[in-house]
Design a protein around this ligand. Structure first.
Ligand code: ADP
Length: 269
C-alpha cells in the first residue's frame, strides 16, 4: 500500500483532521517485477549466442590476418567490437534487472575494502596505460575495519567508477583513488582530471540510459547504465554516492560505505 496524507487546517491554522489516500500498488509492483524478470530472461538468452559470434569472429580475424585485405580486416574487427558492445549492454541490463528484483549484494563476506580497491586499480592499469594516464591509489596508514559486504557488488561499483574516470579523461591525464574512513564509515573517492560534467547534468547522470552528449564525449561508447547500477547497488547496501565536477578540470565521485548500518547489513566485524 502507498499512503499519502495531509492535515486539514482551519483558517487560523487549527488542525481539524486529516485526509489520507491509500493506493493499492500491488499490481504495479508485480508488473515491475515481471518486466525485470523478462529483461533478465531475454538478456540471458542473447548473451551466449553473442559470445559465440565474438569468439568465431576472433578466430576468423586470427586466421585470415595475412590474406585478408585491409578493408576485410577492418570490417571483421568492427563486427567483433560491435558484438562486444552488445555483450556489455546485456551484462549491464542483467545487473539492472537483478537490482530491480532485489537480487543484489546478497552474499556477505568480511572484506578489507583497501585490498579490493588495490586489486581493481591493478586490473585497470592496462586501460589507463593505453591512454597514457597515471592511475594511482592512496590507502590509509593503518588498516580500516573489515566490512561485511558482497565483494562482486563492490567490485562492480568501483570498477564502473574507475572505468568512467579513465574513459572521460583525455590522454595524459590522471585518475586517483583515495581510501579513508573511521570506525563509522569508509570513504572512497575516485577523482580524475578529465572533461568534467556540466552542472545541469549532475542530477541526471545516475538515471538509467542517461548519457551526456557533447563534443568531448561523442566518440566514447557506453550504455548509460553504469552509474545507475552503481547507485542501485549502493542504495541496496545503505551506502551513498555524491559527485563534484568542473568542466575542463575533472570530476570527483565520493562513496560513503557505512560500517554501522541501521538495517545491520554492513556491520563491523
Ligand atoms: P556510460 O559511461 O555508459 O555512458 P554511465 O551511467 O556510467 O554511462 O555514465 C553516465 C554519463 O555520465 C556518461 O555518459 C558521462 O557523460 C558522464 N560521466 C560519468 N562518469 C564521468 C566522469 N568521470 N567524468 C565525466 N563524465 C562522466
Amino acid at each position: 500500500l502507498l499512503a499519502r496524507g495531509r492535515p486539514v487546517l482551519s483558517e487560523d491554522g487549527e488542525c481539524l483532521g486529516a485526509v489520507v489516500v491509500l493506493n493499492d500498488v500491488t499490481a504495479m509492483k508485480m508488473l515491475d517485477r515481471l518486466k525485470s524478470e523478462f529483461v533478465a530472461k531475454v538478456s540471458h538468452e542473447l548473451r551466449s549466442p553473442l559470445a559465440t559470434i565474438r569468439e568465431q569472429l576472433a578466430l576468423v580475424i586470427q586466421g585470415v590476418v595475412d590474406e585478408a585485405t585491409e578493408q576485410e580486416q577492418y570490417l571483421l574487427s568492427r563486427a567483433k567490437d560491435k558484438t562486444q558492445s552488445l555483450i556489455d549492454l546485456i551484462g549491464d541490463l542483467l545487473d539492472v534487472s537483478r537490482i530491480e528484483c532485489g537480487n543484489v549484494a546478497q552474499q556477505q563476506v568480511p572484506l578489507q575494502v583497501e585490498e579490493l580497491l588495490s586489486s581493481i586499480v591493478d586490473f585497470m592499469q592496462a586501460k589507463a596505460k593505453a591512454k597514457n594516464q597515471e592511475l594511482g591509489v592512496t590507502l590509509p596508514a593503518s588498516p580500516l575495519p573489515k566490512m561485511r559486504v558482497d565483494p562482486m557488488a563492490l567490485e562492480s561499483v568501483f570498477g564502473n567508477l574507475v572505468a568512467n574516470a579513465i574513459n572521460y579523461t583525455p590522454e595524459g591525464g590522471s585518475v586517483t583513488v583515495e581510501v579513508g574512513g573511521d570506525e563509522k564509515a569508509i570513504q572512497v573517492t575516485v577523482a580524475d582530471t578529465g572533461f568534467g560534467i556540466e552542472e545541469k547534468h549532475l542530477a541526471n547522470i545516475f538515471d538509467k540510459f542517461y548519457r551526456v552528449k557533447n563534443d568531448k564525449t561523442r566518440f566514447i561508447t557506453g550504455t548509460g547504465l553504469g552509474l545507475s547500477i552503481v547507485k542501485g547497488i549502493l542504495d541496496s547496501m545503505g551506502a551513498s554516492i555524491s559527485v563534484e565536477s568542473e568542466v575542463g578540470k575533472g570530476s570527483r565521485f565520493t562513496v560513503l560505505l557505512p560500517l554501522e548500518d541501521p538495517c545491520n547489513q554492513n556491520t563491523t566485524i
